[in-house]
Design a protein around this ligand. Structure first.
Ligand code: PMP
Length: 443
């Protein structure tokens, strides 16, 4: 038997990880198999995957139907290009399927291999859209502080979490970050957005790009009228509204797409993650009929943008089967119902411990904030690393979760698979309760 931990240290550079920690302690967990909401490591320990791994394993682990869909498609046509108008059935049918479940006027899809590529593609498509209409100066992309849009060239600059900027050296030109609506009123957040746009000159702005719920920023759910106000502002100043649905798409928030919770329809949507439940990499950009009409009518020559794996046939076949499962098993409804059970559970935990502040969820996307004093919302000193301690206590109790500490706010995020049952939600919440109590005692 090979020493996986040693080999990992020696040969594997992990994404979004501390290399130093890896070298000191080795891999945190070496996962061997997954089944339903559970992951099992190489020592046989079983964990609840309370984050659906990276907010993406929506239909849960170990679904043979997806393995069979991949095997069948691979045996028939594993790969073939979609460049230069070559095409194939899996990509065509998937584009049609996604158009049919997306809000009514979003009907055309550009495929990518993941979320970062989707946002980079959306940004280039937006600029192309303005350029071919004779407005090449509309290049600026407005996003939000605490937003996460990925780590490719443009999506790094679109991201509003400064830690992700360091490695790039500096941000690309023409990216601006307005205030997040988190802990603000809609009026304050919209005023920040409007002021930024006016300051820059509205005729230079191409698009506003936001997540319906800021995920990696700490599951920040906006005030109920915020997204509609963003939509109205974009209409007023004549810029495109792009929703990053990479986390919120495909049932995560109790609707097929996150923006539907607030009755708002964007001009473009980027998606990835839940479209295949992570079984194979795939993402894309959905565009409105209006945007598509402009592209169809005014694009001359080649669209010089495309990925080798745009519309990968095997990934497309897996996405198709995944969406079929989401629909047939009523997973969007389950996300809504179990999300409510999870939120009620969080509220009970808050009552029974001393260090929980705000709790929130929309569908199965939720968060619990840890605070020194819930009455005044006083945060813990970052030195105490309270969120990391709770994550460790959860880990010891068989729950894999993720924390975000930003501006000294300690947040524990939850996004379990959409197949989770009521008793499994209860178990997950009980373990959270237990983990918080143990950390509380230690403080
Ligand atoms: N957008 C959002 C909202 C995300 O949460 C993520 C990934 N966490 C991305 C984009 C980037 O996706 P990927 O990691 O697949 O490139």
């Amino acid at each position: 038997m090979k020493d996986l931990k040693e080999l990992d240290k020696k040969h594997f550079i992990h994404p979004t990880s501390s290399i130093q920690q890896q070298q000191d302690k080795g891999a945190k967990l070496i996962v061997e198999k997954g089944e339903g909401i559970y992951l099992t490591d190489t020592d046989g320990r079983v964990f609840i995957d309370a984050m659906s791994s990276l907010w993406n394993v929506n239909i849960g682990h170990g679904r043979k139907e997806l393995a069979e869909a991949a095997a069948q498609q691979m045996a028939k046509l594993s790969f073939s290009s979609t460049f230069s108008t070559f095409s194939h059935e899996p990509a065509i049918l998937l584009a049609e399927k996604i158009a049919s479940i997306a809000p009514s006027h979003l009907n055309a899809v550009f495929f990518t291999s993941g979320g970062s590529e989707s946002n980079d593609s959306a940004i280039k498509l937006v600029r192309h859209y303005w350029k071919i209409q004779g407005q090449p100066n509309r290049r600026k992309i407005i996003t939000l502080k605490r937003g996460y849009h990925g780590v490719a060239a443009a999506s790094t600059s679109a991201t509003g979490i400064p830690e992700f900027w360091d490695m790039a050296g500096h941000l690309m030109n023409d990216f601006l970050h307005a205030e997040s609506p988190y802990e603000k009123t809609t009026e304050q957040a919209i005023t920040s957005l409007r002021q930024l746009i006016e300051l820059e000159g509205r005729e230079t702005v191409a698009a506003v790009l936001v997540e319906p719920v800021q995920g990696a920023g700490g599951v920040l759910i906006p005030p109920s009228d915020y997204l509609q106000e963003v939509r109205d502002l974009c209409n007023e100043i004549g810029v495109l509204f792009v929703a990053d649905e990479v986390i919120t798409g495909f049932g995560r928030t109790g609707k097929m797409f996150g923006t539907e919770n607030w009755g708002v329809v964007p001009d473009m949507m980027t998606f990835a993650k839940g479209v295949t439940s992570g079984y194979l990499p795939l993402g894309g950009v959905l565009v409105s009929d209006q945007v598509h009409d402009v592209l169809k009518g005014k694009s001359k020559g080649t669209l010089f943008h495309g990925f080798t794996y745009s519309g990968h046939p095997t990934a497309a076949a897996v996405a198709m089967k995944n969406i079929e499962i989401i629909e047939q098993e009523g997973l969007v409804e389950n996300s809504r119902e179990m999300g409510e059970v999870m939120l009620q559970g969080f509220k009970k935990v808050r009552k029974n411990v001393d260090i929980v502040g705000d709790v929130r969820a929309v569908g199965l996307l939720g968060a619990v904030e840890l605070v020194q004093d819930p009455d005044t919302n006083k945060h813990f000193s970052p030195n105490l690393q309270v969120a990391s301690k709770v994550i460790e206590a959860l880990h010891q109790r068989g729950v894999i979760c993720r924390s975000v500490t930003y501006d000294s706010t300690d947040i524990i995020c939850f996004a379990p698979p959409l197949i989770i049952s009521q008793s499994e939600v209860h178990t997950m919440v009980e373990r959270l309760h237990d983990a918080i109590l143990s950390v509380q005692k230690e403080l």
